[in-house]
Design a protein around this ligand. Sequence first.
Ligand SMILES: [Zn+2]
Length: 286
Amino acid sequence: MLARRLPGLLPPLTADEALEVAAVAAASTAGFRPGQLGERPFRAPHHGASAAALIGGGARARPGEISLAHHGVLFLDELPEFSRAVLEALREPLETGFVAVSRAALQAEYPAAFLLVAAMNPCPCGERGEASGLCGCTPAQLRHYRNRISGPLLDRLDLHVELARVPVQEFAPAARGESSAQAAARVARARTLQLARQGTCNARLDEGGVQRWCVPDEAAARLLDEAMQRLRLSGRARARVLKVARTIADLEEAATPGLAHVAQALALRCPDRATAPSAPCDRPPA
Ligand SMILES: [Zn+2]
């Protein structure tokens, strides 16, 4: 439900982005419907989908779901149920925003700059951690289930969020906090800041861009160095933490990512290792 609402929180597509989305759809088997023009894509392929359907390919080297999700959201529910080959093929486009599709004599490159949202259960039966106490999964079953997601793919997911079952009273209208319109306005302001500063959004900054535009203050830099060692973060993870910290700072319209921003970015990347899961995110990891 949350993933489906995400495109509505993102800023409207620019004219160029809308054309790119339309061009990819026109090249796909589904084709382009004029009524879709300007809609931010949301794609939620089934875990049984083939590699060609997801990544692109087939006899005519058509774009796959990851390209149909260009400039939008790709939602993979039940992530461990997807084939390992498909999941590993996501790594390259997640870095570059492009995918090369080749079939026999045909070669094509399609854009694939999508926002990946993936969901999985805490264990094969889905009851782990619930008060029901119904989970009977063994440690070996748990390990097998979690090992279906490779370390390098996990490394490319910036935010790891545990969601508990929602108590029924939270569905009441009175319990609702910030409205979608307010959240969307905050996102749009942050995006405008990013484009004015660096010409692209934080997620699309390359290594040089991260070094130039995502410089934390001194205390935050020390925290990050220390966390790199303690959490054994890769260089890639470090750059990704900095981009998330920069984004959190932008949402608060802060000029420089500070301690609280970097701490929150770390807590979102490694919720079970950076801080206690219930600790507020504005506190540096203990
Ligand atoms: Zn279980």
